[in-house]
Design a protein around this ligand. Structure first.
Ligand code: 6PG
Length: 268
């Protein structure tokens, strides 16, 4: 059984016994938000990331989800993408396509991936333009309180340095306020060329999920969730900057990732 609680301003925290339990809880949650979004506005706009996240979504291609999820209403986006060919092993699109999207009935025209034939800057501009068109036609909802899209669900992984999407500690991309999608050519984690959603877009979503597993994430999880002042000399922690302004935030983690949370200090 997961240990679940709501932090006064860091959202809901779910610490799972093991990865199998986390994976079942995650796909249940995705199926639930998919159904609710389709009921509400006729579509489900889901945003993926790379890393191990996609493996935790694997159960979506199995019964009962393969049948109960209304795949035809799904619109799929990426919170960040490496600017490499779609056939490249480092492509987040390829990862999701090979392991999930090619195995379910999402319409190919509903899969909104970047143009992999242009520069990072052009890819970011084109991706933002495509999303703006979809907000105009209301396929993607518009935020009520900001000039941002309101995605139904943004799924993020988190690096051990606390990066989310391709927003890395102390990188200028963290400061972008007006752009929805920006680009990097100096990512500290290879490959260097990437596009990424900006914080205002992530924080305008209806639901944001951060999935973090393994002991290497424990320190970043502790700093992102517990109310600790960060030393002035330390790097900024992107995961700590996730605060949906009018939406829900849920942290899915396993016990090793949650092991440094203040909550557990007192139960040892
Ligand atoms: C990338 C990765 C990266 C990943 C996190 C968490 O673009 O370099 O996609 O951002 O999502 O590092 O990865 P894991 O869940 O695999 O640890």
């Amino acid at each position: 059984m997961a240990l679940t609680w709501t932090h006064k301003d860091r959202g809901e925290i779910r610490v799972h016994e093991n990865l199998e339990e986390l994976s079942i809880d995650l796909v249940d949650y995705i199926a639930e938000i998919s159904e609710a979004s389709i009921k509400e506005h006729g579509a489900f706009c889901i945003v993926l990331s790379g890393g191990s996240l996609i493996s935790f979504m694997g159960k979506l291609i199995e019964p009962p989800y393969d049948k109960i999820v209304d795949w035809a209403k799904w619109y799929v986006f990426w919170a960040d993408e490496r600017v490499v060919a779609k056939s490249h092993d480092e492509s987040n699109y390829k990862l999701a396509k090979d392991n999930l999207l090619s195995k379910v009935n999402v319409f190919p025209r509903h899969i909104c991936s970047i143009n992999d034939t242009v520069s990072a800057e052009e890819a970011a501009t084109e991706y933002e333009f495509a999303i703006r068109q979809m907000v105009r036609t209301r396929t993607v909802a518009a935020s009520d309180n900001s000039d941002s899209p309101r995605f139904d669900l943004i799924l993020l992984g988190m690096g051990s340095d606390g990066h989310v999407a391709s927003l890395f500690p102390n990188h200028p991309a963290l400061e972008m306020k007006d752009d929805w999608v920006t680009f990097l050519t100096d990512s500290p984690k290879p490959p260097p060329e990437r596009i990424t959603f900006t914080l205002p877009v992530i924080n305008s979503a209806a639901n944001v999920v951060v999935v973090a597993t393994g002991e290497s994430k424990a320190n970043a999880i502790h700093l992102a969730i517990d109310d600790l002042p960060l030393p002035e000399t330390s790097l900024s922690l992107p995961a700590r900057l996730i605060h949906p302004s009018n939406g829900n935030l849920i942290w899915f983690m396993d016990k090793p990732a949650g092991s440094k949370l203040e909550r557990f200090k007192f139960s040892e």
